[in-house]
Every structure is written in C-alpha cells, then in structure tokens.
Design a protein around this ligand. Structure first.
Ligand SMILES: *[C@@H]1O[C@H](CO)[C@@H](O)[C@H](O)[C@H]1NC(C)=O
Ligand SMILES: *[C@@H]1O[C@H](CO)[C@@H](O)[C@H](O)[C@H]1NC(C)=O
Ligand SMILES: *[C@@H]1O[C@H](CO)[C@@H](O)[C@H](O)[C@H]1NC(C)=O
Ligand SMILES: *[C@@H]1O[C@H](CO)[C@@H](O)[C@H](O)[C@H]1NC(C)=O
Ligand SMILES: *[C@@H]1O[C@H](CO)[C@@H](O)[C@H](O)[C@H]1NC(C)=O
Ligand SMILES: *[C@@H]1O[C@H](CO)[C@@H](O)[C@H](O)[C@H]1NC(C)=O
Ligand SMILES: *[C@@H]1O[C@H](CO)[C@@H](O)[C@H](O)[C@H]1NC(C)=O
Ligand SMILES: *[C@@H]1O[C@H](CO)[C@@H](O)[C@H](O)[C@H]1NC(C)=O
Ligand SMILES: *[C@@H]1O[C@H](CO)[C@@H](O)[C@H](O)[C@H]1NC(C)=O
Ligand SMILES: [Cu+2]
Length: 595
C-alpha cells in the first residue's frame, strides 16, 4: 500500500486488516505498510548505520581529549530533511488507530548527522480533520546561539499553523543518540517522534551499529482524548495505563481484549534484528514513550553501557538498562551466543509506571537461526530499583568536568498536585501549574526586552540573570517518579535519592554524572547544577507527557541581557503572524498546559 493511500484514508488499512483477519493465516504478520506506514524500522531491511557519514569529520577530536561544550567542531556540512506531518491510520500492534505521521512513517524518519554538521528540517504542518498547530523539539541539543530553534511553542516560537511550514536550522553540537518530538500538547504520544543520531568519536570500539531501538509505551486511545481525561475532573482517569509496549514501533497485542469492535489482528509482528556471531554490536536505546520507565535487556547477553543521553561514560557492564522517558543509553553487545539460535530482546515497563501490558519483545536472529520459530530463551532476573536510574557512582563521564562547589544561585522547587476551583487535577512546581500562551513566546518577548509578566504568573518564569552557575534542588513529595528534563544543557547530577537532601552531600564532586534527563524518585529529591553560559529561555520539566500537560513545568530565563543581542530569524516572526491570523479565526482548543 502506498504512503499516499495511508495518508489520505484509513479505509484501505481497515480493508487490509479485515481481509487479513478473514484469511485465517495465524502465522503470517501484517505487512509493514499496515503496521508502520512507510517506516522500515523494526524490519530486517532496516539499514545498519555507518561509523560516520561521509564528507565531513570532527578532525582529531576524541571522546577523551575534547570538551564537547566548548570545543565542538563546525564542519559546514548541511544535512537537510523535509518533514510532512499528517494524520494517518495504521496498526503498529495490530490494533487499528489514527496516529500522527511524519512522511507517512511511524516512528518518524531517522535524522543522521556527523558531530559539528548543520541540520535543517523543513517542517510542513498538514494536520487537518481536525486542524492542530505543531512544533518539533530536538531533544538534548544545546542550541547555543540559536535558542529559538529549540522548538517549544509559547516559549521559543509560536506553533506552526495548519497549512504552514517552518525550516529549523541548528548545529549537531553534541554526539551520540537522541530523538526529536513534537512539544505541542501531548502530540508525541500520538506518534510525532523519531530518532536523531549524531555520529562522533567512540569511547569504545564496536563492529556493527544496529541503529536506534525505540522503547515506547503505547496507548490505544487517541492522544487528545487521553489529555482530556488527564486534565479532567474524574480523578480515576488522571494516571492512564498504557495498553502495550513497543520496540521500534512494533509489538503483538491480544485482540480478545478489544471490546468495541475496532479492527485488530493478534500477530501484527515483532521488531527483528540480526547479530553477526562474534561481532560487537552498538544499540542505541531511546525511551521515547509518554509515561513508562523501561527496563531493557537481551536474554543471555550482557551489555556494556558507553553513553547516557548525549554523554559518553566510562563503560560498565550490566544485564538491565533503566530508562525514564526521554533518557537514552548506548550499549555494546558482543554476539557471544549460539549461531543457530534466536534470542529475545525485551523491554519491560517498571512497576513504578502505569500499564496494562508491560512486556515489549523483539527478536534477535543469529546467522543460522530458524526464522520461522520464536526464541525459547529466558529473561535475566531483575533486581534493579523500580523507580530510579542506576546509582550515580556507576555512571562516570568519560570526559571529566568538575562543577563549581558553590553555585552563584540556587533555585529550590517542590513538585505538587492540586485540584483547581473548577475541579480539574493539575501538577504544580512551587504551587504554580504552568499554562502556555501560544501567541506570546517568552524568548521573543525577552528579545524585545520584556522579561516580566505580572499578569501571567502561570508562565512560571525564573529569571537567573547573569548568574554563571545555577543549582536546582527539586523535591518530590508525590508518589510518582518524574524524569526531569532541562533543555539547552547537560545537568551535573550532584545527588539524588529518597527522603530529603542533607544539604551538603555531592556524590561524585570531581566528575559527577551529566545528562539531560534524570529520574526523580517518589518521595525523593534531585540536586542538579548547570554552567549558565547559554542565553535562552529553557524549559525544565517532567518528561511524562501527562504531567507536563498538567503543568509540571518551569522556564529558566538565562542571561536575558544577552538574548537581546541575538538575531531571531524573520521566519520566527512570520510564524507568529501566521499563528495570530489562524487563532483570530479558529479558537484553539488548549485543553492542557499547551506543552
Ligand atoms: C485481500 O486479500 C487478497 C488475497 O490475499 C488480496 O489479493 C487482496 O489484495 C487483499 N485486499 C486488501 C485490501 O489488502
Ligand atoms: C501463512 O503465512 C506464512 C508467512 O507469510 C506463509 O509462509 C504461509 O504460506 C501462509 N499460509 C497460508 C495457508 O496462506
Ligand atoms: C487474551 O485475552 C483474553 C481475554 O482476557 C484471555 O482470556 C486470554 O487468555 C488472553 N490470551 C493470551 C494468549 O494471553
Ligand atoms: C511487578 O509487579 C508484578 C505484579 O505485582 C510482579 O509480578 C512483578 O514481579 C513485579 N516486578 C518487579 C520487578 O518487582
Ligand atoms: C519554592 O518554595 C520554597 C518553599 O516555600 C521556597 O523556599 C523557595 O524559595 C521557592 N522557590 C523559588 C524559586 O521561589
Ligand atoms: C482548571 O484547570 C483546567 C484545566 O487546565 C482549566 O481548563 C480550567 O479553566 C481551570 N479552572 C480555573 C478556574 O482556572
Ligand atoms: C504551597 O501552598 C501551601 C498552602 O498555601 C503552603 O502551605 C506550602 O508551603 C506551599 N508550598 C510551596 C513549595 O511553596
Ligand atoms: C510584556 O509582555 C506581556 C505579555 O505579552 C504584556 O502583558 C506586558 O504588557 C508586556 N510588558 C511590557 C513592558 O511591554
Ligand atoms: C541570580 O539569580 C537570582 C535568582 O535565582 C536573581 O535574583 C539574581 O538577580 C541573579 N543575579 C544576577 C547577578 O543576575
Ligand atoms: Cu512527572
């Protein structure tokens, strides 16, 4: 089935599904076009990745000799992408549903560049029936000197209006594994995300790059309906359970559980990978889900973690990798198994999260494995903490940096929940639930010299002025874990735990872990710190889609005087004019915080 057909109507997918169900062939899987549209991810046809792309390089820089924050290369090489965002109907796990697709693909296309390249992405918003604005965020990149490119509507840009487009241009300033996603409401939980791979120097050699391995909890209801429920007055609906768990957008589902007649096929088909006996394989694990903490493993194989988020670390071996939403780990796996066997790859949503079906499975085939049989291997026993990342003492950056012992300023924040006067459930930071104004992006106001919003306390802006180092002490008296994400920075993670921080202990003061998302445990705390040398307005929020919708979000206004010296491209102002014209006529149904 062609991409155009999938984009235009779901009818053909329905026909294919019903046809398939009636064929009574219980061993075949659904065609890839029906499960994932135009994406090849998860199939044996998915390309392995090169060590680096041709025609640009990062010179003599290594993971050991180069401070990536001060000495990243600028290659001048431009990697260009065109993204068309539209609705489509597919059945990733056999359950037919409408999703948001990029170029007809679920998951979205893989962005690839070398360290120091320039990436351009021309985003076309073709969302109709109903219309929605959109905006894409490039997770984990620093956007130094280009904060407007960070892609958060109401913060660094106006949303791209339906029928309009916007071309993002930004530098691949860090290297490793990441992803991009819509930051407009919870659109990414409806399908708007994809992998982003930046090739750079290795801290551990390997033979084969198997590419992205996306781990995503999966909800059968449309994202908009879930957000309505999460933001509603019925407290039984504010913590929705995912229906399934996918690896590279694929998994089977037990269709007997479908009671409303939605077309569904049991054996949609699992993601498949190949191992070459004796070789070492790099897997790029990405939790691109909405809520669930993932526990990733491969039966019979240990993994060596070489990077967390965009930060190479001193390699260490593990059986289970824990990833909160937004987090990534690069792992090297030696194919030391039986050349005639297939092995289960698994990702299990932790008991710290909410799901009806926690187990994602994929198959790894050795060269002489029988492709018609499922693996018979057994899972590693899991004794990892349900709600926490690995201990800070285990994760040591490969390029050491010692943060300031006394920060110039400290921001103390407490997470909470509240019921507002109309009975709606909200998340708060220091008693304030964030709510965006899509028509007044904070960065554009700051550029015009306006950094005070007495009438809009819900914008949750913390102006840190010209402070050179900022420490955040975040406490979480709630029963949920929160993967806390800061834009524009890698955070030094000085401490984390349950209870209250003792006010002084820093776990690894000489070279603490750095990353862009850190799990904050239930009834716990995190202490993180940044070097504030990146002028911009940077979101600091929980990455659980339903929590940021509920307002668990603040803005850090970093060096506003320097923002005024920056030149924001005319297309950003045009996007605001287009959005203003659109919202003059159509009322935007902003049912959540907006982000
Ligand atoms: C239904 O199945 C038949 C026989 O396998 C095939 O020829 C036909 O193209 C299928 N129709 C659709 C809509 O997939
Ligand atoms: C069922 O599907 C499998 C896999 O595609 C195929 O090998 C087999 O021939 C099919 N059987 C029938 C009866 O169509
Ligand atoms: C599928 O779900 C039905 C209904 O709950 C249940 O009876 C059946 O055992 C399930 N099948 C499998 C293979 O889990
Ligand atoms: C999670 O909870 C389920 C059900 O209570 C239990 O069977 C399972 O062992 C738990 N998993 C872990 C890792 O504790
Ligand atoms: C948040 O609230 C706490 C407790 O009232 C207070 O100590 C802290 O200063 C507040 N944080 C900010 C950034 O205002
Ligand atoms: C309470 O929150 C909901 C959801 O954000 C919002 O629609 C409603 O306007 C709020 N009520 C008041 C009185 O602000
Ligand atoms: C939030 O408001 C409550 C009630 O006014 C107050 O007791 C509490 O200290 C506030 N919390 C913070 C973190 O400011
Ligand atoms: C700053 O922007 C806000 C929001 O648009 C507006 O209400 C306020 O009047 C502006 N302040 C100044 C001094 O222009
Ligand atoms: C440092 O940040 C604090 C807020 O955390 C702010 O009140 C203060 O003015 C800032 N100092 C400078 C020099 O900008
Ligand atoms: Cu949260």
């Amino acid at each position: 089935m062609s991409v155009a057909v999938i984009l235009q109507t779901g009818l053909n997918v329905t026909a294919a599904l019903l046809n398939f169900t009636s064929s009574l062939n219980t061993t075949a899987n659904l065609p890839q076009s029906v499960t994932n549209g135009a994406s090849q991810l998860g199939t044996l046809d998915a390309a392995t990745l090169p060590l680096q792309l041709s025609s640009s390089n990062w010179g003599s820089r290594t993971a050991k000799n180069t401070n990536p924050y001060t000495d990243s290369p600028t290659t001048g090489k431009v990697r260009s992408y065109d993204f068309h965002i539209a609705r489509g109907t597919i059945a990733p796990d056999g359950y037919q549903k409408e999703v948001l697709l990029i170029n007809g693909q679920f998951p979205g296309p893989t962005i690839e560049a070398n360290w120091g390249d320039t990436i351009t992405v021309h985003v076309h918003n073709n969302l109709i029936g109903p219309e929605e604005g959109t905006a894409l965020h490039w997770h984990g990149l620093l956007q130094t000197d280009s904060p407007w490119e960070d892609g958060v509507p109401a913060v660094q840009q106006c949303p791209i209006a339906p029928g309009k487009s916007l071309k993002y241009t930004f530098k691949a300033d860090l290297y490793g594994t990441s992803w991009y996603h819509s930051h407009y409401s919870a659109q990414y939980a409806g399908g708007l995300f994809g992998p982003m791979i930046i090739h750079g120097p290795n801290n551990l050699d390997y033979d084969i790059d198997l590419g992205p391995v996306l781990l995503t909890d999966y909800f059968h209801k449309p994202y908009f309906q879930i957000v309505e429920e999460v933001m509603g007055t019925d407290l039984s609906l504010v913590a929705p359970k995912s229906d399934n768990n996918l690896i590279n957008g694929k998994m089977d589902y037990n269709c007997s559980l479908v009671i409303d007649g939605t077309p569904c096929v049991d054996n949609a088909g699992l993601a498949k990978f190949r191992f070459q006996t004796g070789k070492t394989h790099r897997l790029r694990l990405i939790n691109a889900g909405a809520e669930g903490i993932q526990k990733f493993s491969i039966d019979g194989h240990k993994m060596t973690i070489i990077a967390n988020d965009f930060v190479p670390i001193v390699p260490y071996e593990t059986e289970i990798v824990t990833l909160g939403v937004g987090q990534r780990s690069d792992v090297i796996v030696e194919a030391s198994g039986d050349a005639h066997q297939a092995y289960w790859m698994r990702s299990t949503i932790s008991n710290c999260s909410n799901t009806l079906q926690p187990d994602a499975q994929a198959i790894i085939y050795y060269p002489h494995a029988n492709m018609n049989e499922k693996p018979t291997t057994t899972a590693w026993a899991d004794d990892t903490a349900e709600c926490a990342n690995d201990l800070l003492t285990q994760t040591t950056p490969f390029y050491p940096i010692t943060p300031a012992t006394t920060p110039a300023t400290t921001i103390t924040l407490e997470i909470g929940t509240t019921i507002n006067s109309t009975g709606h459930f909200l998340w708060t930071m220091n008693n304030s639930s964030f709510r965006a104004d899509y028509n007044s992006p904070l960065l554009l106001l700051a550029k015009a010299g306006n950094t005070s919003y007495p009438l809009d306390p819900e914008w949750n802006v913390y102006d840190t002025g010209s402070n050179s180092t900022i420490r955040f002490i975040v406490s979480n008296p709630t029963a949920a874990a929160h993967p806390m994400h800061l834009h524009g920075h890698n955070m030094y993670v000085l401490a984390e735990g349950v209870g209250e921080w003792d006010g002084s202990t820093v776990v690894d003061p000489g070279n603490p872990q750095r990353r862009d998302v850190q799990l904050l445990q239930p009834l716990g705390y995190i202490v993180v710190q940044i070097d504030a040398a990146n002028p911009g307005v940077w979101p600091f929020h929980c990455h659980i889609a339903w929590h940021v919708s509920g307002g668990l979000y603040v803005n850090i206004m970093e060096r506003p005087d320097d923002i005024m010296q920056q030149d924001i491209p005319p297309s950003w102002h045009r996007t605001c004019r287009d959005w203003a014209a659109y919202t003059d006529v159509d009322v935007v149904d902003e049912i959540d915080s907006g982000l």
